[in-house]
Design a binder for this molecule. Structure first.
Ligand SMILES: Nc1nc2c(ncn2[C@@H]2O[C@H](COP(=O)(O)OP(=O)(O)OP(=O)(O)O)[C@@H](O)[C@H]2O)c(=O)[nH]1
Ligand SMILES: [Mg+2]
Length: 494
């Protein structure tokens, strides 16, 4: 209740500023509640968010959910790689990640996602019966698939008289709960807007809310709601643009200094953070056994066998049955993945749904329109092999590419092979080459190479003790500069 009156007060404040005196409130009390400490021209970000939630009647507290798990029997939406039982398990994990509970569930065959009921008459009656029997324990309905249409949400809410969450909403709630940095919070807020906007039109009047205006009708209320969303989007984008331009500066610096990056992607909870931690020894990284533990794009320095330094980029996990636009709204992820030199796709091959998870990631990556070269050279990593029985540890058994690398991030196995593969792909994608260059002992050439290239090791030149042979990895542009500066060089291998 406190929640509602806060929102009512803030909306009133907002109305005064945006609409001037021509818009009046039906309920004088909502205006009387205006807190003069809140400047009418500026809503605090959190309050605006709460307002949006209030408009949609999305409860903020912990929920006891009745889960409806749809089962698609035929048609293009049927996923033959998974089962309703596995989808149900994942939905339970999503809910538990929030600290909420599933009190009961039902698996029902879908009649049509285009119809309001979604299920056929007989199944719908079964559903009504099941919800009725757990009426006292359930506080909300969780429709365990994708995004419900406005009319479907409204219908289910009215039929069962409780809030209804779809899968998109649950994932957004998790994002919100896990976002720690300012950038992540802003991106989550931005990701929510299309969802709110899509639903607003279907809501009209907000029963039980103080948000009702005299003579305005639902159309005007909706216009105002949309205006609030537009204003919020503008503010969020401006704030994000600032952060993004800082990131771009950092990336340009990295490119200038020829620091290569390796983007690590994969289904949520597959072990991306753990793998980067194992590859880099970065003890500050905190892998967690929960979905969407990572919501910030972070970079971690590591070295390849040829001693080339790279930055491993940790990213947000993918998940099935969610519009790709959700990930796409995390522009930082896209920018970092798109500009990476190597893409590593990590899989949890111990997961019963590993094949379907792989397809989800590949499909969503394709939708993100990443550079062809990056996608075609992507390295598949089959992680968590320590959890697999010996007999299952082969590419065919886990539907992996023949050249996939098998790792255990926690038992530190397969890491050297992975580094070697990253090195090979990096050389192929960037034009970096390995060379042996003859340099005078103690000369400027060697210092230059140490500064501008990656020197693996030096050996004595058997033909002349005044010289050394430097084994280096060098980019085409650095090599051109080296030739320009030290014209009398001798390159032994190319
Ligand atoms: N047994 C085993 N567990 C692993 C392995 N790699 C990761 N884990 C565990 O899997 C869980 C998830 O690991 P994370 O590294 O956080 O996974 P993630 O892909 O970064 O997850 P999100 O950021 O949530 O998408 C943690 O409990 C890890 O300890 C592995 O190779 N073997
Ligand atoms: Mg992670």
């Amino acid at each position: 209740m406190l929640f509602k009156s806060t929102s009512g007060r803030l909306l009133s404040s907002y109305l005064r500023c945006r609409c001037g005196p021509s818009v009046t409130a039906r309920s004088a009390s909502s205006f009387e509640q205006v807190d003069e400490d809140v400047p009418p021209w500026q809503l605090p970000e959190e309050a605006e968010y709460e307002l949006a939630r209030d408009l949609l009647r999305i409860p903020g507290t912990s929920q006891q959910l009745f889960l409806i798990q749809p089962r698609i029997k035929i048609g293009p939406n049927r996923n033959y790689l998974t089962t309703p039982q596995l989808q149900l398990e994942e939905n339970k994990t999503l809910v538990e990640t929030l600290g909420w509970k599933i009190v009961d569930h039902i698996i029902l065959p879908v009649s049509s996602y285009d119809s309001t009921h979604v299920f056929g008459r007989g199944n719908f009656e079964k559903l009504q019966e099941a919800v009725r029997s757990c009426r006292t324990s359930a506080s909300a309905i969780f429709f365990g698939s994708n995004t419900l249409k406005k009319k479907q949400l409204a219908f289910y809410r009215e039929t069962f008289g409780m809030p209804v969450f779809d899968r998109y909403r649950i994932v957004l709630e998790i994002f919100r709960a896990h976002a720690k940095t300012k950038e992540a919070k802003l991106q989550v807020a931005l990701a929510e807007l299309p969802y709110f906007r899509a639903l607003l039109g279907g809501i009209g009047e907000v029963p039980g809310s103080s948000i009702q205006m005299a003579g305005s009708g639902s159309g005007q209320t909706r216009d105002l709601q949309r205006q609030i969303m537009r204003d919020r989007e503008g503010k969020l984008r401006t704030a994000l643009d600032k952060i993004r331009s800082n990131r771009a500066v950092l990336r340009r610096g990295r490119k200038k200094n020829e620091i290569n990056s390796v983007a690590v992607v994969g289904y949520t909870n597959c072990g991306k953070t753990s793998l980067i931690k194992a590859l880099t020894g970065d003890v500050t990284m905190k892998p967690e056994n929960k979905l969407f533990a990572t919501l910030d794009v972070t970079s971690h320095g590591g070295r390849l066998p040829n001693s080339v330094s790279v930055l491993y980029v940790d990213t947000i996990g993918f998940i099935s049955d969610i519009p790709t636009s959700l990930i796409a709204s995390f522009a930082a992820v896209l920018e970092e993945i798109g500009e990476a030199d190597v893409l590593v796709h990590v899989r949890d091959v111990s997961h019963p749904d590993t094949k379907s998870q792989k397809e989800t990631v590949l499909k969503q990556l394709r939708e993100l329109a990443l550079p062809e070269k990056l996608l075609n050279s992507m390295i598949e990593v089959c992680n968590k092999v320590d959890m697999l029985p010996e007999i299952e540890k082969s590419p065919e058994k886990v539907s992996a590419a023949d050249n996939a690398i098998f790792t255990s991030a926690t038992a530190n196995t397969g890491l050297y092979s992975l580094r070697e593969r990253i090195e090979a792909v990096l050389l192929g994608n960037t034009g970096l080459t390995e060379k042996q260059i003859r340099v005078p002992q103690g000369g400027a050439e060697l210092s230059w190479l140490y500064r501008e290239a990656h020197v693996h090791f030096l050996e004595a030149d058997v033909t002349d003790s005044q010289f050394l042979v430097a084994h280096v990895t060098i980019s085409p542009s650095s090599f051109a500069r080296y030739i320009h500066q030290f014209r009398k060089i001798q390159v032994l291998t190319r």
